[in-house]
Design a protein around this ligand. Sequence first.
Ligand code: SAM
Length: 213
Amino acid sequence: MNFKKARENMINEQIIKRGIKDERVLNAIADIPRENFVLKQNEKDAYLDCPLPIGMGQTISQPYMVALMTQCLSLGGSEYILEIGTGSGYQTAILSKLTTRVYTVERFKVLSDRAREKFNDLDLKNIETIVGDGSQGLEKYSPYDAIMVTAGAEQIPKKLIEQLKENGKIIIPVGSSYFQELLLGKKIENKLKVKNYGGCVFVPLVGRYGWVE
Ligand code: SAM
């Protein structure tokens, strides 16, 4: 299978045609081999327009959703980012191409370890992987310029808002455990100004400030 060609098609047909314009985001997606981040048996499906299973009942997100969430953060290159839900590490790898440092938290060690191997394979050096409950954020390196949550929450966890810088942005799916709205919040004078980017479906954010397991 010609993965490079499949990647170009994915970018043109699934991402640009749906309105993603940020050249830096498109270049980062072109740079990262999605086939590295799916299970071996799903390699041929890596560029399909859908999420795929990655083990532990979790998924690698749909390519368009990765592009949309990334574009929403309007990254300039100098940000310190907190990502909650490493999963396969695909989204993390895209973020790492677009900014200075990415801290990524995953609740399953097996997924975090696997993702870290992928980052090493691709020589992505500006990522720190952490195993833990990301619904509580990551106090240690806060405040962050941007926070991306790749699992669905009932509401925006207050700890994450606290750990965001003034003018910082958070992108997060919020709703029920089976359907959410993608919300982009900008922190202005300690309050979030929120814009809704429409419906989406993510696995639940499970933790102290998320869903009960
Ligand atoms: N962006 C990922 C990718 O590209 O593969 C997809 C992530 S998947 C949709 C959501 C991930 O969030 C899962 O791996 C899940 O285990 C993780 N997760 C759920 N609740 C979490 C929590 N409280 N802290 C950290 N990770 C969590």
